[in-house]
Design a protein around this ligand. Structure first.
Ligand code: ADP
Ligand code: MG
Length: 345
C-alpha cells in the first residue's frame, strides 16, 4: 500500500500520453504508430498499433466499426430494438439471445456474486429513476417511496441466464443495464480483433477504459497517465509504466447532477437504491480482462473508500483509489500492493 497526497481536482481523467500524434516516418520500412478514432457508446474511442505502413488501417477500421455496431445491437439500452432492450421490454418470461450476450450476462452475474451484489446489472430501473439512463435526465432527487417501489424489480438473483441454448429469463419486470461492463467488454473484443490480424503492439481505448500490449515503435513503452487537471493547469498525477494489461476507471466526477449542493452520482448502491455517498472520488483497476476491470472498478466505487480498499486487498486486486481527505480540499491516493507491483515491471 502506498499513500500520496495530491492537489484538489474537479475532474480526473485518464489520458494517453503521446498517442494522439501519429508518428510519420520518412523511412517507410521503419515501424510507425498507426490508428484511428471514432465514437461509440456515448463516448469516443481510439486504436493505435505499430505497423510498417498504414495499408491495413482502412480494413481494420471497417472491421472495428462492424464489431462495435454488433455489440451495440446486442447490448445497448439506447437502441430500442437491441437484444437487451427487447428483453427489458418483457414483463416476465424468457427470450433466446446471442451467445455473446448470454456470456457477458453470465460473467456479470458471477461478478455480482464475487462483489456481494455491489456490481449488479439489474439496477436498470434505478438508473432510469435517477436520470442516468436512456429515459433522460432529472433535476431533483426522486422520493424514497418511488425508490422503494422499485425494490422488487432489482436484484441479480431475479435474472436467469443459460448458455445452451443462450437464453435469458426473468421472474419479474426487471431491466438490465450493461453500462458498467460493456465498454470494457468492447475493448477486449477490439483487442482480440487486432491480435487476429497479427498485431501484438497496440493500445485500444473506449471512454477511458483501455487495453495495451507490447510496445510503441522502437521498443518505447506505452505511457498511460492518470491526470489530475486543476482549473488553471493540467497536472499528470501518475504516469503508469504498464503493458500487456487492461485498465478501467470509475468515478463520481464525470456523470452526476447537483441539487441544493448535494451531488448525485451515476453509480447506484443496489441495496439502498440511491447514488453512492462516500469519500471515494475514483477507482482505477488493472486486470487482464478489461470487462472485469470495468465491472470491478464500478463495484469498488459502490463499496466506498473503506470497504472497497479492504475488498481489493483481500482479493489481490490491482487497484488505485483517490479519496477525499478529511480536512481541507486535499485528496489522498491509495494503491494496493498488486497495483504497485504491476507498475514496476
Ligand atoms: P463509466 O460509465 O463512467 O465508465 P461505470 O463503468 O462505473 O462508469 O458505469 C456506470 C454506469 O453503470 C451507470 O451510469 C449505470 O448505468 C450503471 N450502474 C450504476 N450503478 C451500478 C451498479 N451498482 N452495478 C452495475 N452497474 C451500475
Ligand atoms: Mg465500470
Amino acid at each position: 500500500m502506498s499513500h500520496r497526497s495530491i492537489n484538489p481536482t474537479k475532474r480526473l481523467v485518464v489520458w494517453l500520453l503521446a498517442v494522439f500524434v501519429l508518428v510519420g516516418c520518412s523511412d517507410s520500412a521503419k515501424e510507425q504508430l498507426v490508428g484511428f478514432d471514432g465514437s461509440t457508446m456515448g463516448t469516443s474511442y481510439s486504436l493505435r498499433w505499430v505497423a510498417k505502413n498504414d495499408r491495413q488501417v482502412a480494413e481494420i477500421q471497417q472491421a472495428v466499426e462492424e464489431r462495435l455496431a454488433l455489440i451495440n445491437q446486442q447490448m445497448s439500452t439506447y437502441i430500442p430494438e437491441s437484444e437487451i432492450s427487447r428483453f427489458n421490454a418483457l414483463r416476465s418470461g424468457e427470450m433466446p439471445v446471442s451467445a455473446e450476450l448470454a456470456n457477458l450476462i453470465q460473467r456479470s452475474q458471477s461478478l455480482s456474486q464475487q462483489t456481494g451484489g455491489a456490481f449488479d446489472i439489474t439496477v436498470g430501473p434505478l438508473v432510469n429513476l435517477w436520470g442516468f439512463g436512456p429515459e433522460g435526465r432529472i433535476v431533483s432527487a426522486p422520493s424514497s417511496e418511488r425508490i422503494e417501489s422499485l425494490g422488487t424489480r432489482v436484484g441479480y438473483q431475479k435474472l436467469g441466464v443459460s448458455q445452451n441454448p443462450p437464453l435469458l429469463t426473468k421472474a419479474t419486470n426487471l431491466q438490465v443495464d450493461l453500462s458498467a461492463i460493456a465498454k470494457g467488454y468492447a475493448v477486449d473484443q477490439l483487442a482480440s480483433l487486432l491480435v487476429g490480424k497479427g498485431i501484438n503492439n497496440y493500445l485500444v481505448e473506449i471512454g477511458g477504459e483501455l487495453k495495451l500490449s507490447g510496445n510503441k515503435p522502437n521498443g518505447e513503452s506505452w505511457k498511460i497517465a492518470i491526470e489530475a487537471p486543476l482549473t488553471t493547469e493540467r497536472v499528470v498525477q501518475h504516469v503508469l509504466p504498464i503493458t500487456n494489461i487492461a485498465m478501467a476507471t470509475s468515478g463520481d466526477y464525470r456523470n452526476y447532477f447537483e441539487e441544493n449542493g448535494v451531488r448525485y452520482s451515476h453509480t447506484i448502491e443496489p441495496l439502498t437504491g440511491a447514488p453512492i455517498k462516500h469519500a471515494l472520488v475514483s477507482v482505477t483497476v488493472l486486470h487482464i480482462s478489461c470487462a472485469d476491470a470495468d465491472a470491478l472498478a464500478t463495484a469498488l466505487m459502490v463499496m466506498g473508500d473503506k470497504k472497497g480498499v479492504e475488498f481489493a486487498k483481500r482479493h489481490d486486486l490491482a487497484a488505485y483509489f483517490l479519496i477525499k481527505a478529511q480536512e481541507g480540499a486535499e485528496f489522498e491516493s491509495v494503491a494496493t500492493a498488486n497495483f504497485d507491483a504491476l507498475l514496476k515491471k
